[in-house]
Design a binder for this molecule. Structure first.
Ligand code: G3P
Ligand code: MG
Length: 255
């Protein structure tokens, strides 16, 4: 059984907010996910050149802001003026790249839980986790379920384990690694997060039988979500929360 902080996983987690319905990794995306009834969201945390933790997925800002420069070379002051919404739809024009602190404030106001993915740029695996740990410890909203912190980078998970041992951790991988038992034991992970494309029933059953939570990303086909749940997956991470909530018979909260 995992020797890790316990947590109760939600059935549906909005990916990068609700990435099919609003620009990814923005406050508008968090609001959209909450409005659509997602109990939790997933988002990616990265550092600016000067060490501010912000929500962003790609190594460069080109796709989501039009600025063709690596995040690792852009200061927060430069980033703050960028428009991360227009690429998605004109209705989201001027939507900024939020800081992690702003995102946590938004989660608190919305009553939304989160899977915080540490997505370091190359060479900043430890630093990104340490900065995020401090912010989560200081600013995680009271009253929300504690966050689940995940990463593909074992170095980031190790840094998180050291800086914030009280926060649940999840090992992200495209496929269940050969050494997964050793990795989750060493890193004190409570969950394993696997890619839908290569997921097998055997992998789900193996992880679940060992007592770990299992999340699958990124599942936008309702039938696939039903199948993965029937195999025993706990959480479906999806760009399309309303479609997956409906397929799984999860009723969004009223109001
Ligand atoms: O955390 C699940 C998923 O977001 C991992 O892949 O590339 O979308 O961050 P990616
Ligand atoms: Mg992610």
């Amino acid at each position: 059984m995992p020797d890790a902080p316990s947590l109760i996983l939600p059935t549906v987690i909005g990916h990068r907010g609700a990435a099919r319905h609003a620009p990814e990794n923005t406050l508008a995306g968090l609001r959209k996910a909450a409005e659509q009834g997602a109990p939790w969201v997933e988002f990616d945390v990265m550092l600016t050149a000067d060490g501010t933790a912000v929500l962003n997925h790609d190594e460069t800002l080109a796709r989501t802001t039009g600025l063709d420069r690596p995040m690792a070379e852009v200061s927060y002051a430069e980033l703050a003026g960028l428009d991360a919404g227009s690429w998605f739809a004109a209705a989201f024009a001027e939507e900024p790249v939020p800081t992690l602190e702003e995102a946590l404030g938004c989660l608190g106001a919305l009553g939304l839980g989160a899977n915080v993915e540490i997505k370091p740029t190359a060479g900043r695996e430890t630093e990104t986790a340490r900065v995020a740990a401090r912010i989560l410890q200081r600013a995680w909203p009271a009253g929300l379920p504690a966050p689940l912190v995940s990463s593909f980078k074992r170095q980031s998970l190790a840094a998180m384990q050291q800086a914030a041992p009280e926060l649940a951790r999840g090992l992200l991988a495209e496929e269940l690694p050969e050494d997964w038992r050793e990795a989750v034991a060493t890193l004190g992970c409570a969950t394993v997060h696997l890619w839908r494309k290569t997921l097998t029933r055997e992998a789900v059953e193996t992880v679940k039988a060992a007592g770990f939570g299992l999340a699958v990303y990124t599942v936008n086909d309702p039938r696939e979500a039903v199948t993965f749940r029937s195999w025993g997956a706990d959480s479906i991470i999806t760009d399309d929360p309303p479609a997956i909530l409906a397929a799984l018979g999860e009723t969004p909260p009223a109001g």
